[in-house]
Design a protein. Structure first.
Length: 62
């Protein structure tokens, strides 16, 4: 799940870090370094943004 706290943009890197027990900063640096390689890495980021659920819970119905 993408955390509601500690997000920079969408929380994708923070969610990956939490899943594998890594530091979010390390995952963000790896993402930035991989972004320097030509390719559609941003497409993968958007797909993960859409598919990884957010930690925010929907409001309760009255």
């Amino acid at each position: 799940m993408r955390p509601s706290r500690g997000r920079i943009i969408a929380g994708v890197c923070a969610a990956i870090a939490r899943r594998f027990g890594w530091s979010p900063t390390v995952v963000r640096i790896i993402y930035i370094l991989l972004s320097l390689i030509p390719g559609p890495l941003w497409v993968l980021y958007v797909v993960l943004w859409i598919t990884i659920p957010s930690e925010n819970k929907p409001p309760r119905a009255k």
